[in-house]
Write a protein that binds this ligand. Structure first.
Ligand code: HEC
Ligand code: HEC
Length: 318
């Protein structure tokens, strides 16, 4: 009982915070000097447009866009549903330093990729959509925005950077417990993300996006997305959720991550072609094939240390 009361108090506080935050954002857009309405932007590539694409992806690139050519995303989530505060929040899934990490080799793609390839990686998996043309105003604007974050981060003081770092997730040395995760979900997540993980839309017009994004079901990220990995989701959830009150233990974050990912979500074709070199596949990649004989359940839920050890021995024996 007591924890329920505490939960609902927090919920009200969080909703108020969100509503105020959203209000301020909406206000900022209304008085934006450019003044163009959200869905018929025809200007040139700019940092500001890039920021809006990442913040209001559902409206600008979502499945409900009036221009079918602009329907890139398959969900009504925003990039900022995962890259919090439009990617400016330091730590987990921050976009502050993304620029400095590219180009780099991607084990998943089996080749080197640049920032635009990485954006399309999220577009086609996390957003369950299709690739954005590399030379489009949209792609260039998102890249400009992310480059701009990188420049800002470079001049940010050391102390400010450190203060923002969240607690790190320490992976429990056991299989994640989906049933225990269900209990965490019901007590700490359901109030926002819904009984069926469906989230809460901001308005009946889905192109206005979500107040609380879905965690599974047809409008969620697809089964090839990074968030389907229990360690990636556990790390994010430990650092960020429940929103505004991220106080879960490592065990709770791990179990609820497994519970979230035990549900149906959109299926991506040809996932078996990921990781041409299967020995580079992440231990918690939830879909086959693998270069080992551990059961798929163990790749989905852990424990992961035995899998890592198997690959360490393989390397040593080569
Ligand atoms: C469902 C959650 C989710 C959504 C929605 C999402 N991403 Fe991501 N994004 C991730 C995850 C997970 C990673 C990988 C982090 C890692 O490598 O551990 C990532 C990585 C990235 C990176 C690379 C960051 C780096 O430092 O290497 C970029 C850039 C990026 N996303 C851009 C976008 C853009 C642009 C969109 C919208 C079109 C988007 N993401 C939507 C989850 C998401
Ligand atoms: C107070 C409401 C609230 C609660 C409670 C909450 N979340 Fe969230 N969650 C959000 C919002 C809002 C976002 C999107 C972030 C944004 O828009 O700034 C989000 C984003 C997410 C995302 C990434 C986006 C997506 O839809 O996949 C995951 C995963 C997630 N939450 C998991 C959880 C889990 C697990 C719990 C319980 C431990 C939880 N959340 C509790 C509000 C909440």
């Amino acid at each position: 009982m007591r924890s329920e009361q505490r939960g609902s108090g927090l919920f009200i506080a969080a909703v108020l915070g969100l509503v105020l935050g959203v209000g301020v954002l909406v206000g900022a857009f209304l008085i934006s000097p450019a003044g163009e309405s959200v869905d018929n932007f025809t200007g040139e590539a700019s940092v500001e447009y890039g920021r809006r694409l990442i913040r209001e992806t559902a409206a600008l690139l979502g499945p409900g866009h009036e221009d079918p050519a602009k329907r890139y995303s398959g969900t009504n989530m925003d990039c900022a549903s995962c890259h919090l505060e439009t990617g400016t929040k330091a730590g987990t899934l921050s976009l502050l330093q993304a620029t400095s990490r590219y180009p780099r080799f991607s084990g998943r793609d089996g080749k080197e990729g640049d920032l635009r390839d990485r954006i399309n990686g999220c577009m086609t998996r996390s957003m369950n959509g299709r690739e954005i043309s590399r030379d489009s105003i949209e792609m260039i604007s998102m890249e400009m925005y992310i480059n701009n974050l990188n420049d800002q981060y470079a001049v940010m003081g050391e102390t400010r950077r450190q203060l923002d770092e969240p607690d790190s997730f320490v992976e429990p040395n056991r299989a994640a417990d989906v049933e225990a995760g269900r209990v965490v979900y019901e007590q700490r997540c359901e109030v926002c993300h819904g009984d069926n993980g469906e989230g809460l839309a901001a308005a009946t017009d889905m192109s206005e996006g979500y107040l609380f994004p879905p965690l599974w079901g047809p409008d969620s990220f697809n089964n090839g997305a990074g968030m389907t990995r229990v360690l990636t989701a556990g790390r994010f959830i430990k650092a960020r959720m429940p929103l505004g009150q991220p106080d879960l233990s490592d065990d709770e974050a791990y179990d609820v991550a497994a519970f979230v990912n035990s549900h149906e979500r959109p299926q991506r074709a040809n996932l078996e072609l990921d990781f041409p070199d299967l020995t580079l596949k992440r231990v918690d990649s939830p879909y086959p094939p693998y270069a080992d004989n551990f059961p798929i359940e163990q790749h989905r839920l852990g424990p992961f240390e035995p899998i890592r050890e198997y690959y360490r021995n393989l390397e040593q024996n080569q």
